[in-house]
Ligand binder design. Structure first.
Ligand SMILES: [Zn+2]
Length: 249
């Protein structure tokens, strides 16, 4: 470390030692080679410049903290998913919340299995057909089988994942409930969340004859098409999505 060699610095109340204001100590020393004493007003000016710099740095740091805090909010559109069918959606453009065009269905809402909304209409046709057959059979038992979640845009899935990380507190725990835009079977149109609960319970008991199987032990509402189930019954469930090799992408 460079230690100032000047030993004659005079300290007066209200002034800072010159080597604090001018750490290099060189330029002014050369300029003042004639022995001219530093003018107090000049010192005051340099002190003000240093103070102004400190205030500016402080304000910049505060602004950075606020910016980071806003970006950390899961519902802030910081992850923009582009390409494919998502490019035109509001949430993909960073415009906020997903819409019906993203396949959005609000919590507690549901759609008919024949609804024209993208959440249902963009499901894999074979899955939709099986759902409609199951709906008709469930109706005979007095159960109204509906869709609480269906096809989703990648942007909507990313939005859900951010929300889940906020809800569950970590990415690892969120992964037990919500897939990524790349892995989710909902984004591929190959999964449906059945609503209400009694309909999911009905489908859990009767779904195999339509090729509709529950996939995860921790998600009573999530069903996928498994055509072989019609003859062989549904395959064993995974405990949760983290055990599903398809979710490892
Ligand atoms: Zn699901």
């Amino acid at each position: 470390m460079d230690t100032p060699t000047r030993t004659t610095t005079s300290l007066r109340p209200g002034t800072a030692p010159e080597w604090i204001l001018d750490p290099s100590g060189s330029t002014d020393r050369e300029q003042r080679a004639g022995g001219r004493p530093p003018r107090p007003r000049r010192r005051l000016f340099r002190l003000l410049v240093v103070l102004l710099m400190l205030v500016t740095i402080g304000a910049g740091a505060a602004a950075a903290v606020v910016t980071a805090a806003i970006a950390a909010r899961p519902d802030y559109p910081d992850t923009v998913v582009s390409g494919g069918t998502d490019a035109g959606s509001a949430v993909a453009r960073g415009g906020g919340r997903p819409t019906a065009e993203d396949g959005y269905i609000a919590d507690g809402d549901s759609l008919a299995v024949s609804d024209a909304a993208p959440a249902v209409a963009r499901l894999d046709p074979a899955l939709r057909e099986a759902l409609q057959q199951a709906h008709a059979a469930a109706a005979e038992d007095g159960v109204d089988l509906r869709v609480g979640g269906g096809w989703r845009s990648k942007a909507y899935q990313a939005w859900l994942l951010r929300d889940a990380v906020r809800t569950y507190g970590s990415a690892a725990e969120a992964a037990r409930w919500v897939g990524t835009p790349e892995t989710s079977l909902h984004v591929k149109g190959q999964a449906v969340d059945v609503s209400p609960y009694d309909a999911a319970d009905w489908l859990n008991r009767h779904g195999a004859q339509f090729g509709l199987c529950r996939t995860y032990d921790n998600e009573a509402w999530h069903f996928e098409l498994s055509p072989s189930a019609v003859d062989a019954g549904c395959p064993p469930m995974f405990r949760d999505p983290t055990e599903d090799p398809r979710m490892q992408g």
